[in-house]
Design a protein around this ligand. Sequence first.
Ligand SMILES: Cc1ncc(COP(=O)(O)O)c(C=O)c1O
Length: 301
Amino acid sequence: MASLIDFIGNTPLLDFRSVTQGVSARIRAKAEHMNPGGSIKDRIAAFILRKAIDDGRLKKDSTILEVSSGNTGIAFSMLGVTLGYKVKIMLPKSVTIERRNLIACYGAEVHLLESVLRMHEAIALTEKMAKDDPKVFLPRQFSNPNNPRCHYETTGVEILKQHPERIDAFVMGVGTGGTLMGVGKRIKEAYPNALIVGVEPTESAVMSGGPPGCHGIQGFADGFVPEVVNIENIDQVITVTTQESIAMARRLSREEGYLVGISSGANMCASLKLAKELGNAANIVTILPDRGERYFSIWGS
Ligand SMILES: Cc1ncc(COP(=O)(O)O)c(C=O)c1O
């Protein structure tokens, strides 16, 4: 019997007609918003749950407990229904109401955190909760090596197949860093000269040495450099503002027909900045991490 979990991944690699006008480099983007739960996070949720079921750590009566800025929570909530597990998600109050509603629609429990900067504390709290209750299963997206491994084994492999020509740069914003690290490693193995480029909000440029701060690129930079991230594997970091990311996300729907979220706008802005640096004939690959419908409460329809 076909299950939702089997339809995660194998997303298209899209081209652009309008927002790249005047740019001689070729920019292509993996359409992760087309996953069944609407984001790239479906991949790691499926990968982590499958591994945990296989090695016996996830039992029938386990409760999945995760700290998330939304999309991982949505992915676990959806797969919790598919596979039959209870799910509890801790997420910052600042994330869009659509994210909260989606998690609730899948029947998962939502615990709100005062701010995105509290995520670090919430992670410590979940560790204590798991210690006290053996039924609690922690996916630990910020530190679980299966997060980057998932992208190394799936997203990265798909990109190399879909883009058989040389890749000069991979551009991706950092939330947990799983995508950048996993896909980056796979691309670097195939093209050792390829640049692995991180993207972060100008308002919270922690990888660039700045202080943590509030920003509106949901899914990026929770104010600390996660354990999954090995800074030495990042060749360059590009900063983009929330405002320019939102403006680009809106252009992507109006000019390309890609209804994607703010971080997709951020990745695209960073790719365009890099394209100017790299010039002619460069091949840049980036990611459209999630769907635009979950941001209507911010930017209207
Ligand atoms: C919308 C969005 N963009 C980007 C990211 C960053 O992905 P990663 O956690 O692999 O760094 C996330 C992560 O939650 C996200 O939800």
